[in-house]
Design a protein around this ligand. Sequence first.
Ligand SMILES: NC(=O)c1ccc[n+]([C@@H]2O[C@H](COP(=O)([O-])OP(=O)(O)OC[C@H]3O[C@@H](n4cnc5c(N)ncnc54)[C@H](O)[C@@H]3O)[C@@H](O)[C@H]2O)c1
Ligand SMILES: O=c1ccn([C@@H]2O[C@H](COP(=O)(O)OP(=O)(O)O[C@H]3O[C@H](CO)[C@@H](O)[C@H](O)[C@H]3O)[C@@H](O)[C@H]2O)c(=O)[nH]1
Length: 442
Amino acid sequence: MKLAVIGTGYVGLVSGTCFAEMGNTVICVDNNPDKLEKLNKRIVPIYEPGLEILFQRNIDKKRLSFTSDLRRAVEESEIIFLCLPTPQGEDGSADLKYVFGVAEEIGKILQSLPNNEFKIIVNKSTVPVGTSTAVRQIIEKYNIENFEVVSNPEFLREGFAVDDFMKPDRIVVGARNPKAFEKMRILYEPFVRQGNPIFEMDPESAEVTKYASNSYLAMRITFMNELANFCEKAGANVEMVRKAMGSDSRIGKRFLFPGIGYGGSCFPKDVNALIKTSEEFGSPMKILKVVDEVNKNQKQLLVKKVKEHFNGNIEGKKFAVWGLSFKPNTDDMREAPSIVIINQLLDSNAKVVAYDPAAMENARFYLGDKPEYAQDQYSALPDADALLILTEWNEFRNPDFDKIKSLLKNKLIFDGRNIFDPAKMKELGFTYYSIGRKPVNN
Ligand SMILES: NC(=O)c1ccc[n+]([C@@H]2O[C@H](COP(=O)([O-])OP(=O)(O)OC[C@H]3O[C@@H](n4cnc5c(N)ncnc54)[C@H](O)[C@@H]3O)[C@@H](O)[C@H]2O)c1
Ligand SMILES: O=c1ccn([C@@H]2O[C@H](COP(=O)(O)OP(=O)(O)O[C@H]3O[C@H](CO)[C@@H](O)[C@H](O)[C@H]3O)[C@@H](O)[C@H]2O)c(=O)[nH]1
């Protein structure tokens, strides 16, 4: 099939590349000249495991190309995917200016085309209920009839994006036109061979499914974060509770890890967008307001522990930070807890030396040169008063503890991700604070 993908960010680039891998011809459009320059020089502009090899192969096979020419992409494609940003607006709602702006451009382009071939415009961006209808109305203004707007929300996770796209748990397609369902079925058939379902529904239900999934997962993590804080006070160990809870098949093991609050480009903004739309429809989801509030507080938790340890004064102290990205295996810093934590430390006149395996360049954008950036995990440590672990990258899980001891000023670790065993830390002689477990004093 001939496809266009508008917006080559995490979703657009991964979707475009994976569709090309299945034999489709994909033209990717972006309006960011720096990004396009990189893509056309065959440089993958994001860190996403497994993407590089598919990207190079499909460019070689001439199935994947990049352009700023929206007109050509629309003209040459049967299906046009919108993978555009839908950031949080000032009032919490999703800002749809990118989606609506491109819909206007597509309307104009379709109006000016000599032929009148059937086109499908697919919304892959996360958009509030009713957006498919709004996009349809924008395109109809240009007297176009032979088209359909489909809602096909994306569920990939950063860091596992290629795997998630290639082997999705499910595909959701919201449409009204049988011809559109049929085309989408053909396009996705290679991805569902292993037996995972395509759920076909109306566009409104598809749009709600995306927000419901993200908000539910955010709520689950938030439940665990509050439970962890309670366990700590009550003398229980949240990791033991988590494992025992998760073995109930009705609960399940995944997404029960407590930490320093969820971040990323999706959960925080999508929870807020659903709060807003549910209010607009007169059916407020009160539970999500609490989720958002508890999550914001959870991002403050680690610095509270640090300050308590130092009797309230951390002025002039130096902290080594391992991990900046909002989770491992990505360079994405959007809404990362590290931003809140590092700013709190700096505001208290402490010094910060940080290291991350992939996110240092993006971190500079959010944190500037206020923290120092170390070349590797150990060079962040010399003379630091404590080590803070903010992202659970695998390379932090089994470090050289003797080296850590010899480099740090104090044998003191604040672990926001529970990557170490408290008993082992006791044995190694560290004072160790984690989430939802008793502190280890040495
Ligand atoms: N990142 C994820 O893991 C993820 C997963 C599922 C869904 N989503 C949703 O998918 C959407 C895209 O997210 P993302 O993380 O890929 O965003 P992103 O910011 O990484 O990428 C968006 C791209 O769109 C481009 N763009 C903006 N305006 C444009 C225009 N007028 N014409 C052409 N290109 C334009 C930008 O330059 C950028 O490259 C959002 O709605 C998001 O909520 C994201
Ligand atoms: O048990 C857990 C699991 C995750 N997190 C945190 O939750 C956030 C989000 O993690 P994750 O869901 O893995 O990352 P994203 O790449 O943001 O993916 C989410 O958001 C995407 C964008 O909508 C969806 O497509 C995905 O299905 C959804 O998982 C991160 O800060 C994690 O540290 C926890 O604290 N505990």
